[in-house]
Design a protein around this ligand. Structure first.
Ligand SMILES: CC(C)(COP(=O)(O)OP(=O)(O)OC[C@H]1O[C@@H](n2cnc3c(N)ncnc32)[C@H](O)[C@@H]1OP(=O)(O)O)[C@@H](O)C(=O)NCCC(=O)NCCS
Length: 400
């Protein structure tokens, strides 16, 4: 893409030039409080094409990293531009560089017809100002393995150490993730964070039945001298059968002689959590993720819908922060698929861009959005919206 200049603020957004990378490494490492040497490998793993900068009068004042991937909704992968590493140099903060950076990114995503953008916010208001809204949760599950009763794991399953999450296991992940709204259709950047997280050495174990893998776990075990104990972190735990979930839990409990804490991120209604026999675990939400619908036709046409839900609705979107997306859309859904096209006519639903984001993922109900004055619709239209978009709280397990 080419550069975009904002004449009012003298700010210019565009792909980071190679000569800007050292300055960006400085701004982002300082902004996030990690050693400068860590920034260039980070840029490397994201791919230099995915780094954007914002400049003022020729000086790079901030930037961000794009993470192209997908979110599963209704069983289909919806393209998203994940956003990581949003940062502005301290002396340039508070002058709208961050807001301009985010709004420029929206214009880029819309022009590229990318359906969504998603991120984890350090500050919610900055992103709401660009039309993102809370759209799901990252649930953290924590237990003390010493307090757990033994979990019976069936003998029919073997556990093998694997060299990494090989393609056969990645296929297990995708089959599982497809059934969970919000889960990422991971790209190389996210996969590398699963297998090579910062500050943790991992091992991968495949759980294999007669017909092939039924699950796997990637875990890191670390000693904490101040506690004279270890913590076990499951950076990925996927089970497509109940018995594979039991085998993964049983494996984690094998660390209990020395380990005082096992943690992972996952759905609170996953087989792994539902198998926990006692109350000795906690489920918390340390992070909400935010979504922005950057191209409504692409977003509404590419997600899946409940196979038995059928509806035709006219939506009027009032998008103040991405005017190119504003307008009226006809959405027709049946047989698990939907088609959205620009249309005219009396709308059944009127909503703003932030309401659309949290409705689209199933995080907010139409009734809650209506009560908040963010969506206008009749009871019948709310019933239709609920049937099309409603479901368990969407979740993402990966940090990006
Ligand atoms: C967050 C950050 C990118 C904002 O950049 P900026 O150029 O100052 O942003 P803007 O001037 O456009 O401010 C937009 C809004 O963001 C919010 N915001 C900005 N800086 C903030 C901060 N330090 N803490 C909390 N909210 C902040 C405010 O709501 C602000 O609007 P307001 O001034 O009307 O209250 C910058 O403070 C930064 O680099 N911080 C360190 C790294 C970080 O936290 N990045 C975000 C990771 S998700």
């Amino acid at each position: 893409m080419s550069e975009v200049a904002d004449n009012r603020t003298d700010l210019t957004y565009g792909p980071a030039a190679p000569e800007e990378l050292p300055r960006l490494a400085d701004v982002l490492s300082h902004g996030f409080g990690f050693p400068r040497e860590g920034a260039l490998p980070w840029f490397e793993s994201a791919g230099h094409d995915n780094i954007r900068s914002i400049r003022q009068g020729g000086l790079t004042v901030g930037g961000l990293i794009l993470v192209p991937m997908g979110h599963f909704f209704g069983g289909k992968s919806v393209p998203t531009l994940g956003v990581a590493g949003v940062g502005v140099s301290p002396e340039h903060r508070g002058a709208r560089a961050g807001t301009t950076l985010m709004r420029s990114l929206l214009a880029e995503a819309h022009a590229r017809r990318v359906a969504l953008s998603s991120l984890y916010p350090a500050t919610v208001t900055l992103y709401q100002r660009a039309g993102y809204e809370r759209a799901g949760a990252r649930f953290r599950i924590e237990l003390d393995p010493r307090a757990m009763p033994a979990i019976h794991a069936p003998d029919a399953l073997a556990v093998h150490e694997a060299p990494e999450v090989v393609p056969e296991l990645r296929a297990v992940y995708t089959a599982y993730a497809r059934r969970h709204d919000g889960f990422l259709d991971r790209g190389p950047y996210v996969w590398s964070r699963v297998t090579r997280p910062r500050d943790l050495v991992t091992k991968t174990f495949a759980v294999v039945g007669r017909d092939g893998p039924e699950g796997y776990v990637v875990l890191g075990h670390r000693f904490h001298p101040e506690r004279d104990a270890t913590h076990l972190t499951l950076t990925d735990a996927v089970a497509t059968t109940g018995r594979a979930a039991a085998r993964i839990l049983a494996l984690a409990l094998e660390y209990r002689s020395i380990c005082e804490r096992v943690t992972w991120h996952g759905s609170p209604t996953s087989e792994l959590v539902m198998l926990l026999p006692e109350r000795h675990h906690t489920v918390s939400i340390p992070d909400y993720f935010m979504v922005r619908v950057t191209h409504p036709e692409a977003a509404l046409s590419s997600r899946g819908y409940p196979a038995r839900a059928a509806a035709k609705l006219v939506l009027e979107l009032r998008d103040a922060t991405l005017p190119a997306a504003s307008g009226t859309y006809a959405l027709a859904c049946s047989g698990g698929a939907g088609v959205a096209t620009r249309a005219s006519g009396r709308p059944d639903v009127v909503l703003d861009e932030r309401a659309l984001a949290s409705l689209y993922t199933g995080f907010a109900t139409p009734w809650a959005l209506r009560a908040l004055g963010r969506l206008e619709a009749s009871d019948a239209a709310c019933e239709d919206l609920s049937a099309l978009f409603g479901g368990p709280t969407p979740c993402v397990v990966d940090m990006f």
